[in-house]
Design a protein around this ligand. Structure first.
Ligand SMILES: [Fe+2]
Length: 362
């Protein structure tokens, strides 16, 4: 299990009535019987591989052509596939490519069965995304060793995905307990991604910034509802407690390799360009780019939203505040310029409609 003791502490110290979080905690286990999809148009070959795989206690899904294999893949979501290369209509290479495409970002290992020393087939197999090869007639022990090693990698990836999804779901569940912030992180994630695209950052950066937006306030998990929902302005002491959320958020996400790139964005999303922010008082370019982007989009969404102690501002009012503040040093002035430009391109209707659509969806 990838959750650290610190994370479990935060999770178990949540409001005990929070049903969504309780359900998620119950689901921190993974399936143990791997399922193997075997595809071969010759029945005797199919049965031979089936016997070897079943001998290991794995679940076997069999198909004698690509079409059946695709249906099985969709219905049963196997963990790995073993495909014969020589098949009529859609051959093993094409099927390999189709299944890899269907798996999308998910890691789905595929072993191709090729004739002995068929170098050409192996090169084509690699081009189609195959992970390993077995020569026919095959040697069961070598085959099982390859199967197991690929399954190990597959489950490692799944576990990482699973842990990341838990944290992302947690972020959304967390703000659902507060009617004033509901949908905030999702909107900040989506608009930050859009902004990153607007200023020409790569697809990878856009992806990371969206995640950072979703998770930027995850550290509020340790804060009580009384504090989060307080109808009046906060005292200085209460402010100090809230100011710890970027550090707590960083701690929660730290154990996940896939989130390493966004840790600085979570920690520094309340820094200010003039150095008067928290937690580290970074100044100007010292503040990581993702954090500078988040800080702008986070403030934008917060200003449009209603709070227990004030009404939400209009799109035009917020735009004016950004134009004014550009000179006062809260945000990176170049980025604020880009942001105002993007808002003018997208238009008020787009922003307001997206916010309403999001509310209706929920
Ligand atoms: Fe925050």
């Amino acid at each position: 299990m990838l959750l650290s003791k610190k994370q479990i502490f935060f999770l178990t110290n949540l409001n005990k009535n929070d049903l969504i979080i309780k359900i998620m905690l119950k689901n921190l286990t993974f399936p143990v019987t791997p399922s193997v999809l075997i595809v071969d148009d010759i029945l005797s070959n199919l049965e031979l591989i089936e016997a070897v795989v079943k001998g290991e206690g794995y679940e076997v899904l069999k198909a004698m052509n690509a079409r059946d294999a695709i249906s099985l893949f969709e219905e049963r979501q196997p963990d790995i596939a073993v495909l014969d290369v020589m098949m009529p209509e859609i051959d093993g290479f094409q099927l390999c490519q189709i299944l890899k495409d269907m798996a999308g970002k998910r890691y789905f290992p595929i072993i191709l069965l090729t004739a002995l020393n068929d170098k050409e087939s192996r090169i084509r197999g690699i081009e189609c995304g195959a992970d390993d090869f077995i020569s026919k007639p095959f040697e069961p022990r070598a085959f099982l060793a390859k199967l197991k090693s690929l399954l190990r990698i597959k489950f490692l990836y799944d576990e990482l995905d699973h842990s990341e999804n838990i944290i992302l779901t947690l972020a959304v569940a967390l703000e659902a307990r507060d009617p004033y912030t509901r949908g905030h992180s999702t909107r900040v994630g989506d608009l930050s991604r859009e902004f990153a695209e607007y200023i020409g950052l790569s697809n990878y950066d856009q992806d990371m910034i969206r995640k950072a937006g979703l998770l930027h306030d995850i550290g509020k998990i340790g804060l009580s509802e009384t504090l989060l929902l307080k109808p009046s302005r906060l005292t200085e002491q209460e402010h100090d407690v809230i100011k710890r959320h970027p550090i707590i958020g960083e701690e929660i996400c730290k154990p996940l390799n896939s989130l390493q790139m966004i840790l600085p964005a979570i920690r520094h999303h309340h820094e200010r360009w003039d150095g008067k922010g928290f937690p580290d008082g970074l100044k100007g370019d010292e503040i990581p780019l993702y954090a500078r982007i988040l800080s702008i989009v986070d403030s934008f969404d917060a200003m449009l939203s209603e709070r227990p102690y004030r009404k939400g501002r209009s799109f035009r009012e917020v735009l004016e505040i950004f134009k004014r503040e550009r000179e006062y040093g809260q945000w990176d002035p170049v980025l604020v310029g880009n942001f105002i430009e993007m808002l003018n391109v997208l238009g008020e209707e787009y922003i307001v409609n997206n916010r309403i659509a999001y509310k209706l969806e929920r």
